[in-house]
Design a protein around this ligand. Structure first.
Ligand code: MLT
Length: 239
């Protein structure tokens, strides 16, 4: 397998994803929210770019729709929930369609539209996702990043998935320099991921808003055994 990584949605071009298996990651917090919602019974997640697109979707598609998202890590006016995985409880999301817009995560998903297949990963479902990826031959991991730039937590998660694939595939896994760097960052930090991640900008923003429980939850490695992927433009759980 050839494995590449991209450090932010702003670096995604159609050529870098076209015909490849893409995996979008936004540890804090968009893809952690999606994985949690689908694990707790949501039917599907619809990523959209703007609040207006979300309101329009709800207007055109009737009931059992939850609007979820953030701007500057706060809830959007008129939405049902902010972008917190802890809000995605079974009682709230079962049999619901979750329409989401976030600052970076949903942009990364849209940016990767040309990919042959698209998966959604986080630390929560990293191992389950890696198991599926191990059967592929051309994969690109995409960090959502923060405002178009590198973020520590997404890169650590890409490094973790790369490391899992390396253990599984050995010399059959070819890494680009970017993938080598992400893996090495993870290996160096793995004894205490939070010590490094907590120095990152978005981590500090969430912490300053008192979202410690969200952060702790998003760093629960392999707590969810679920693969999430794009089917007809919607994000669903692989059954
Ligand atoms: C994003 O897409 O930028 C994030 O998920 C922001 C957040 O809710 O922490």
């Amino acid at each position: 397998m050839n494995l590449d990584v991209i450090f932010s949605w702003s670096e995604v071009t159609p050529e870098r994803v076209k015909g490849r298996i893409a995996v979008v990651i936004d540890v804090l917090r968009a893809t952690s929210v999606m994985v949690t919602a689908l694990n707790n019974g949501a039917l599907k997640v619809i990523p959209v770019l703007t609040p207006d697109e979300a309101f329009e979707y709800k207007k055109n598609n009737g009931k059992d729709i939850l609007l979820v998202g953030e701007r500057h890590a706060d809830i959007i006016e008129g939405f049902d929930f902010s972008n917190s995985p802890l809000d995605m409880s079974p009682i709230s999301v079962t049999n619901q369609t979750v329409v989401m817009t976030t600052t970076n995560g949903t942009k990364a998903i849209r940016a990767a539209e040309e990919a042959k297949e698209l998966y959604i990963a986080s630390f929560l479902n990293a191992r389950s996702t890696a198991q599926i990826l191990a059967q592929q031959d051309d994969v690109v991991l995409i960090a959502s990043g923060s405002n178009g730039s590198f973020t520590m937590e997404d890169t650590l998660c890409m490094g973790y998935i790369t490391n899992l694939l390396k253990s599984e595939l050995g010399n059959a896994l070819g890494l680009t320099d970017a993938a080598l760097a992400a893996r090495q960052l993870f290996i160096n930090a793995q004894q205490n991921l939070l010590a490094l991640a907590s120095q990152g900008k978005h981590y500090r923003l969430l912490k300053s808003k008192g979202l410690d429980d969200d952060i702790r939850y998003c760093f629960s490695l392999d707590s969810i055994n679920l693969v999430c992927y794009r089917k007809n433009g919607e994000i669903v759980a692989l059954k």
